[in-house]
Design a protein around this ligand. Structure first.
Ligand SMILES: Nc1ncnc2c1ncn2[C@@H]1O[C@H](COP(=O)(O)OP(=O)(O)OP(=O)(O)O)[C@@H](O)[C@H]1O
Length: 440
């Protein structure tokens, strides 16, 4: 039988976690257990489980299930397609029904029947695969830069070549890493992520390479690092530019020898991983002034993929906005089905310093606030471009300046073209001509 990817089990009874973990291991590549929901976000981000089995009651003495419903809503907000099976010690059908109304896939009553529990979580996990690949996949779009990138990705993904993805914040580096993993021979195992931007520097080493008991004050047991966990799969190292110099050397040795040495040990362990790194920093400049090892850069960037900022793929702004609109309309049960011309002009007039993430957030907010079939331009509060967008390379000609002034005015006037024309002191017809000329 082919195993499913990963399942996350959250329950504050350690006995329950061990029993469920033993029961589910034959069916899942990875059974991740959490004794408290506080680390749910990080765990969902790093492990992308196929399903969550979520206890309904966490704080001792408060047994009204609200904690479970709270965390259910939280998971669904983060990841609308994630199937959540509720786990409750009380045969409280009303509560379970409320959970299902709020998006849970099913529920299991404790004490549970093993066969029913396995059957329920397997069904929920298969559902996610179909939903998420259709819904949360990468949108490539029509720009030449993205077409070239896609071509390259299709050729490179099936190989084991190390890949370096660069691009500004929010351009989709992690989405691209998942796409590469999904097209590779390693796709049956989950991709492992380690975010060098969120782990504190003192924990980098143990997080990556693991440690043995007693290696440092809090090392009370042996612990596997991400390199070992990702055995046979892909390891995605986000914000690689944050890696301090002594760990750059250790990473280089690990990649050269294909083996890791846990902190506090001298016994190397063989590893077989495919490495994908990402950064929004300029590693060439960092090697130039000695902040990043050049030999490590050569190791990690066998293939270099550069994601363009959203302002350089303007033809993709509206299609992406429509995808996000449809997704959030479903998630928040809103009737909105159209973006509308004024909203589209508004979106095209913005410079998107936060890239696709920013677009996704503003569309999400507008969908939540919407009450009709069309998005309302008043629900978009787009911040003006950053000062850096107004100077330097991107503002070289008078045309650049004019384009920027028109775009800004469209934003300031909420997409109302009569107001834009009068603000700029030109006729509506001239404004139309210029909007067309600049693709706004
Ligand atoms: N091509 C795409 N198609 C659909 N959604 C996308 C795409 N690229 C990015 N997104 C969405 O935009 C958000 C940001 O993407 P992601 O986290 O991959 O960016 P990033 O470049 O890794 O950001 P950061 O540098 O801040 O880590 C995510 O919510 C993701 O779902």
């Amino acid at each position: 039988m082919k195993k499913h990817g990963a399942i996350l089990v959250v329950d504050d009874h350690r006995g329950v976690l061990s029993a469920v973990s033993l029961l589910l291991r034959p069916y899942f590549e990875q059974v991740i257990t959490l004794p408290s929901p506080v680390r749910i976000d990080e765990t969902l981000r790093n492990h992308r489980p196929d399903c969550v089995l979520l206890d309904m009651n966490f704080s001792a003495g408060i047994n009204n299930g609200n904690e479970g419903l709270y965390w259910l809503a939280h998971i669904k907000r983060m990841n609308p397609d994630m199937p959540v099976v509720l786990f409750t010690a009380y045969a409280d059908i009303d509560l379970a029904v409320r959970g299902i109304q709020q998006g849970a896939s099913d529920f299991i009553v404790k004490p549970w029947e093993n066969a029913r529990l396995v059957d329920t979580v397997l069904k929920a996990s298969s559902r996610t695969k179909r939903a998420s690949s259709a819904d949360n996949g990468m949108f490539w779009g029509e720009s030449d830069a993205m077409k070239r990138l896609r071509d390259m990705v299709e050729r490179v993904a099936p190989t084991d070549a190390n890949v370096l993805i660069t691009g500004e914040n929010g351009t989709g580096k992690e989405v691209l890493a998942r796409e590469i993993h999904g097209l590779s021979g390693r796709r049956d195992k989950p991709m492992y992520t380690v975010d060098m931007g969120s782990v504190t520097e003192t924990l980098f080493e143990s997080e990556l390479f693991g440690h043995v008991k007693g290696a440092f004050t809090h090392a009370v047991t042996d612990r596997q690092g991400k390199f070992e966990a990702a055995e046979g799969s892909t390891l995605f190292m986000d914000e690689i530019g944050n890696l301090p110099p002594h760990l750059q050397s250790k990473l280089l040795v690990t990649l050269q020898n294909r083996e890791v040495v846990r902190v506090g040990s001298n016994k190397p362990v063989k590893v077989d991983i495919r490495l994908i790194c990402a950064t929004n920093r300029n590693l060439d400049a960092m090697t130039g002034d000695g902040r990043f090892r050049e030999d490590l850069l050569y190791r990690i960037n066998t293939i270099h993929l550069q994601l363009p900022p959203l302002r350089e793929r303007r033809e993709d702004i509206v299609p992406l906005a429509r995808i996000f609109m449809a997704r959030f309309a479903r998630q928040y049960d809103r009737p909105v089905t159209e973006t509308g011309g004024d909203v589209e002009r508004l979106l095209l007039s913005h410079s998107w310093p936060g890239n696709i993430r920013e677009l996704q957030h503003v569309v999400e907010k507008a969908v939540i606030l919407s009450d009709g079939e069309r998005l309302d331009p008043r629900h978009f509060s787009l911040a003006g471009p950053r000062p850096s967008d107004l100077t330097g390379d991107r503002m070289e000609t008078l045309e650049d300046m004019e384009r920027h002034m028109i775009a800004k005015a469209v934003g300031d006037c909420g997409g109302n073209l009569s107001a834009v024309a009068s603000k700029l002191g030109i006729t509506r017809q001239t404004l139309y001509n210029k909007l067309k000329k600049y693709g706004l």
